[in-house]
Design a binder for this molecule. Structure first.
Ligand code: BG6
Ligand code: MG
Length: 219
């Protein structure tokens, strides 16, 4: 890539560690209906929308047919209320290491930024972390019809940025997210376990390794 013009960030697990609280809240919800989930299964939920996550849990526990739409909606709300309780105290010190200095580096270089999160809580979380203003755009998850790994959300981010895929990179901690980035024709940077994120163009162990130079080298 000659010049990097745009970076598209996932939120949960990339900007802050809310992925952990999504897991804990889903585990509690699953327990209420007699289903046990573990961290390995949780990898299938990362990046996936609230209702799709619930349906994956119910299918995993063989209970998908046991609840109607109204009941499923109540369960999804229950999980979201628990999740919101868990993150009430979220603050700027909860931003993952290196993210702020990376955003500074991007700003200095004139690189535009967007957030492409499946979470309907994204705006609230970014405000609480006091970094909403650092991003040029935040895709509204409510407008997205197809969950990651569908490329819809990253394509929407490109549209908002008014940039083509070849001058951008996407950052993700979830396998579904990496496939969503790649499906949009964008280069993908995985943050986390290289085995889980094997479809990424490059995998960094953690956000503290984010550098503009590393991303630009992804030719
Ligand atoms: C994604 C998370 O960012 O957002 C998923 O990785 C979560 O775990 C999804 O289910 C939807 O989030 P929310 O906050 O709208 O329930
Ligand atoms: Mg994520």
């Amino acid at each position: 890539m000659e010049k990097l013009d745009g970076v598209i960030f996932d939120l949960d697990g990339v900007i802050t560690d809310t992925a952990e609280y999504h897991y804990r809240a889903w585990k509690e919800l699953a327990k209420q209906v007699g289903i046990t989930i573990n961290r390995e299964f949780n990898e299938n939920l990362k990046g996936v929308s609230r209702m799709d996550s619930l349906e994956r849990i119910l299918a995993y526990g063989g209970r998908l047919g046991d609840f109607n739409d109204e009941e499923k909606s109540e369960m999804a709300n229950w999980k979201n209320e628990l999740y919101k309780e868990m993150i009430t105290d979220i603050k700027p010190t909860d931003i993952l290491p290196g993210v702020v200095s990376f955003l500074d580096e991007l700003k200095m270089a004139g690189v535009r930024t967007a957030v492409a999160s499946a979470s309907k809580n994204a705006e609230t979380i970014l405000e609480a972390l006091k970094i909403r203003d650092r991003f040029d755009f935040v895709v509204d998850a409510a407008e997205i019809k197809n969950s990651k790994p569908d490329p819809e959300i990253f394509l929407k981010a490109l549209e908002l940025l008014e940039l083509s895929a070849d001058v951008c990179v996407g950052l993700e901690d979830a396998a579904a997210g990496i496939d969503s980035i790649k499906g949009a024709g964008i280069r993908a940077v995985g943050i986390g376990d290289a085995k889980i994120l094997s479809h990424a163009d490059i995998v960094l162990e953690g956000t503290e390794q984010l550098r503009l130079k590393t991303l630009e080298a992804l030719a």
